[in-house]
Write a protein that binds this ligand. Structure first.
Ligand code: SMO
Length: 717
């Protein structure tokens, strides 16, 4: 198995009970410290006046009425604050256009919710009331909606092998991944404290990337990096929506310096709907060709992604990931995958838990189930025939990636055995004969965990304690617990003897951040590396305390798995009920099984939301239709079925822990399995045309052969 020496790995987590999360005592007693809990003496409160136009030319901005409101300290437009642009993005795909986007609107409005002016007042309420008095004269322009005709901002192409002139069968799929909105426990918030004595600034900001936020804030304010400190305190969920800075964050920092005062902003939930980063927003088309034995011959895919009005740092990642993850875990060397991403006059779209991985799985797994029905081959048998084998590893994919390790056949068998696949199919036949609409859906997936580096700093103290600081901060995943375990294993001490520092640029090394399922595999390996070096230096006689700073650079590790779902659809109402989810996942070496399970189940809940109910809708003029939790459905505990999980632990050779990603798996495998289950359930009506979210209405329309679009006014994206 690769180059990892099993005996050099930390002891298997199963040897001992998983420690409780050290974070939970404070959080469960209400003693956490989120950004909104930070209190700054003399603080002022910010509210943003926002665009009500999706696309317009600004003729005039009127701030005087807002300035005259009670308790207002300042009202600032771009004329007062100066013109500043959003930072450059990660050019992971070549950018075909790079227009600067202003932090505050100047002569054009580009989406509903765009910040126009900043109102600063002595209370949050006064700031909000005054913001409502800001008036803009604007001439409306036609809004470009998602997948419009505009030129692409980024494109991608993976072409390898040959398209066959003839094939036994070809199936097509055309799928949409609607925009969704991240539902963190607390909305966005930012506090900035200007220190006049040394012209420095402290910013409290819940972020996955404190070091990048520090860089972006320093650059925007024209300050040296070491004059800006970013603290990311307790955060209740990030999901990609907190992966990079927003205009509002930079504006709060600029305002604090301009007024030489502490300034705070907390978003409302509705502001997050219209101006927070959205997720997904893709349209996927594909064709799979196969021979008479069901061997896959060729995949062609056309991927269209939407970007919104401005580009967050990782804007091109979902397109890039979907394209590079296809054709998934299958031996298929002949592909033609083309994709592009375009701007539209809407809120920005960024990575969202899975970030292209769910899109790839949805397209491939839908095509495979269609091929199975077309060829009359059982969908499990068809996958078995085409999976990359364990002894093929490491496997070079047609899109140029390297699948590092794993046993995809085994994960399929483990899921089928736990599910009782043959018996389940027999029962499905009986229930169908009794008039029930029962579907079984299978999806396999792969989950790359990113490459590049993460930092760690380890200090060994004379009293036997150790302090570990990481560049990867936490947003609720339990990093402090996991990182203490990793350090304790590497140092041979108890986890209780390890203090963990996270999310503060003043006492943590500069880091990449908590993204892309990478924190344990890469961030954890950095801790192992630092601990090993510290141990070696202590053993060679160096005096304590001693500190080691290190960066670990990883090649990508790929986790994988198989989800099988059973869904029943009410024949009268279309209401779907998920009766069972069985799921086998291999995330390599697991440090804390309880926390890994929490990541899987949480991801599954989010994936279920995307598949069954979540949908951020704009109308044909670019006005948001779903602007609050009154109009946008998110899953609740009662919507989540019991999830039966089988875990495999084949270590990755690409990092010191043998770990792979775990945080995004549920969002990747579960939606595709639910799509296949719904399509299977409706087979008595023929091959259905189904799209996410699989609402009762859509399933009912598919059964009654009514066409999809409920209203020509609403753009279904
Ligand atoms: S979608 Mo993740 O926060 O890289």
């Amino acid at each position: 198995m690769g180059s990892v020496n099993e005996s050099s790995l930390p002891r298997a987590a199963a040897d001992k009970p998983a420690p409780h999360r050290r974070e939970d005592d404070a959080l469960l007693r209400g003693r956490g410290c989120f950004v909104h809990d930070v209190q700054l003496p003399g603080e002022l409160h910010v509210a943003f006046a926002r665009s009500a136009h999706a696309h317009a030319t600004v003729l005039g901005l009127h701030l005087d009425a807002a300035r005259a409101m009670p308790d207002v300290v300042a009202v600032l437009g771009s004329a007062e604050l100066g013109q500043h642009a959003m930072p450059a993005i990660n050019p992971l795909l070549p950018l075909l256009e790079t227009a600067d986007f202003p932090l505050l609107a100047t002569d054009r409005l580009a989406y509903v919710g765009q910040p126009l002016a900043i109102v600063v007042a002595r209370s949050a309420e006064a700031a909000r009331h005054a913001a409502a008095q800001v008036r803009v004269d604007a001439r409306g322009l036609v809004a470009d909606l998602d997948f419009g005709a505009g030129p692409p901002t980024a494109s991608v192409l993976h072409r390898s092998g040959q398209a066959p002139a003839a094939a036994f069968g070809r199936v097509q799929a055309s799928l949409s991944c609607p925009r969704v909105v991240a539902m963190a426990m607390e909305p966005r918030a930012c506090c900035a404290l200007w220190h006049p004595h040394d012209a420095s600034m402290t910013v409290w900001l819940g972020t996955q990337t404190p070091s990048r936020a520090q860089t972006d804030i320093a650059a925007t304010l024209g300050m040296p990096l070491d004059r800006v400190r970013v603290i990311s305190p307790d955060v209740g969920g990030a999901f990609g929506f907190r992966a990079s800075v927003y205009p509002e964050d930079l504006l709060v920092a600029l305002t604090a310096r301009a007024l030489q005062a502490p300034v705070r902003w907390t978003s409302t939930r509705s502001e997050d709907f219209v101006s927070g980063m959205h997720g997904r927003g893709a349209r996927l088309q594909g064709e799979l060709a196969f021979d008479a034995d069901g061997h896959f011959l060729h995949l062609s895919a056309r991927l269209d992604f939407t970007l919104g009005a401005w580009l967050p740092y990782s804007a091109v990642v979902p397109l890039r990931n979907t394209a590079r993850i296809l054709p998934g875990p299958y031996r298929l060397g002949n592909i033609d995958v083309q994709g592009q991403a375009r701007r539209s006059h809407t809120a920005p779209v960024n990575i969202y838990r899975g970030a292209g991985r769910p899109e790839a799985a949805l397209l491939m797994e839908t095509l495979i189930d269609k091929a199975a029905r077309h060829a009359g081959i059982d969908p499990v048998a068809l996958r078995r025939r085409n999976l990359v084998r364990a002894d093929d590893m490491p496997w070079p994919t047609a899109s140029g990636e390297t699948l590092d390790s794993g046993d995809y056949l085994q994960v399929l068998e483990r899921a089928c055995t736990r599910f009782g696949y043959a018996d389940e199919r027999a029962r499905q036949q009986q229930r169908r004969a009794d008039g029930e609409l029962v579907g079984i859906g299978i999806a396999m997936y792969i989950e790359p965990c990113g490459q590049g580096w993460e930092s760690a700093r380890v200090t060994l103290h004379p009293d036997g304690r150790a302090t570990v600081a990481s560049g990867s901060p936490a947003q609720g995943q339990g990093h402090a617990t996991t990182f203490a375990q990793i350090a304790a294993d590497a140092l041979g001490c108890a986890p209780e003897a390890v203090t963990v520092l996270l999310g503060d640029t003043a006492n943590c090394p500069a880091g990449t951040g908590a993204l892309a399922s990478r924190s344990t595999a890469i961030g954890g390996s950095a801790i192992v590396q630092a601990c090993r070096e510290a141990q070696a230096r202590r053993q060679s006689g160096e005096a304590l305390p001693l500190t080691v700073d290190t960066r670990f650079t990883a090649r990508e590790a790929w986790s994988y798995g198989c989800v099988i779902a059973r869904m029943v659809v009410d024949p009268d109402t279309g209401e779907p009920t998920i009766e069972r989810i069985v799921w086998a996942d291999d995330a390599g070496h697991i440090v804390n099984p309880t926390l890994a399970r929490g990541q899987l189940v949480g991801g599954a809940a989010q994936g279920l939301g995307q598949a069954l109910m979540e949908h951020m809708v704009y109308d044909g003029t670019g006005q948001p239709i779903t602007g609050s939790l009154m109009d946008y459905a998110v899953p609740r505990a009662s919507d989540i079925p019991a999830i039966e999980i089988e875990s495999m632990h084949i270590p990755s050779p690409h990092n010191l822990l043998g770990a792979k990603g775990v945080g995004e798996a549920g969002c990747i495998g579960v939606p595709a399995a639910l799509m296949n289950a719904a399509r299977d359930a409706l087979q008595p009506f023929g091959e259905p045309e189904l799209q996410f979210p699989l609402t009762a209405e859509r399933l009912w329309r598919a059964m009654t052969s009514t066409h999809e679009t409920p209203s020509h006014e609403i753009q279904e994206i």
